[in-house]
Write a protein that binds this ligand. Sequence first.
Ligand code: EPU
Length: 335
Amino acid sequence: MNIQENISLKEYNTFGIDVNAKRFVSINSLYSLQQLLKEEQDIFLISGGSNMLLTTDIEKLVIHINLKGISIDRENHNDIYLTVNAGENWHEFVLWCISQGYGGIENLSLIPGNVGTCPIQNIGAYGVEVKDVITQVEAIEVKTGKLVVFSTEECQFGYRNSIFKNEAKGKYIITSVSFQLTKVEHNLNTSYGAIETELSLKGIDNPTIKDVSDAVIAIRQSKLPDPKEIGNSGSFFKNPVISKEHFEKLQENHPDIPSYPISTSEVKVPAGWLIEQSGFKGKRFGEYGVHEKQALVLVNYGNASGKDIHQLAKNIQKTIKESFDIDLEIEVNII
Ligand code: EPU
């Protein structure tokens, strides 16, 4: 195993933050991962690096999960069951599925990151969450090196949440994710406003999975920065859930406040709207700032430190608390 010393992690996180890994190893087989865990337990995992803000150098051994490969487990007339290794790039997997005619994840096109991390925060966009198509998650227990299978129920999926963000955090390394996708009768989800608009602009009445994917790609490209050009981690905050009473009170001063219903007593408010109302949208502070087209996204223009961006996030949280009495929760892992 080739353990390298003093490696910059800039290329390994989509925020493009330049911190040092004291020791770094890239792993491309389950066997070598299991062997490594016999010697090393004090580890830090990095995969697509798309949901983390690195604020400090990493003293622990950094393990880059580079497990590749897609296998077809079984199929019938309408369904295909696949297992995908954790190090496969998520968007490339989506595009491959579309080229094969497999439906179910077209709404999740262009989400940064790797397949192995998609269950951790239950990635979601345009009315679809990855939990809808996951059948199981395989992981290695760090302590024992044993392979463990999590059923979808055991994953305890919620909005941008799962067991891997809670009691299983730090205890397992996800090695593969299995999916059930469709081959013939696709359950297209085009009801999300922006998708409908994009499809009708193109004059498409009966969209294919490729049409939906293309629409999502166009929408995302128009709002979200490409991490290859401007460092970012997608939505930095979760959309907060507040009580109906609280919402109605806010409506008195902000009649145009958007919301999504959650239950009879609660609504979700878009964090991007709150941040825009607070004047942060498009604000640049030297090397970092708030994206000009989507206020939920904090960006690194090149050489920002993770601490700078974290401080900006704290300032935003403080302002939103003072202006709206809402606690904004950070969605990205702060390291
Ligand atoms: N809005 C603003 N200003 C902004 C951004 C949004 O006023 O700067 C308003 C919009 O006008 C709209 C509402 O907020 O009324 C919602 O905006 P949008 O539909 O763009 O979605 P979002 O709530 O901002 C969520 C996800 C995104 C996902 C989109 C589409 C979260 C935290 N974010 O964003 O996820 O792509 O819906 O489904 O749930 C990600 O997790 O990295 C991500 C990009």
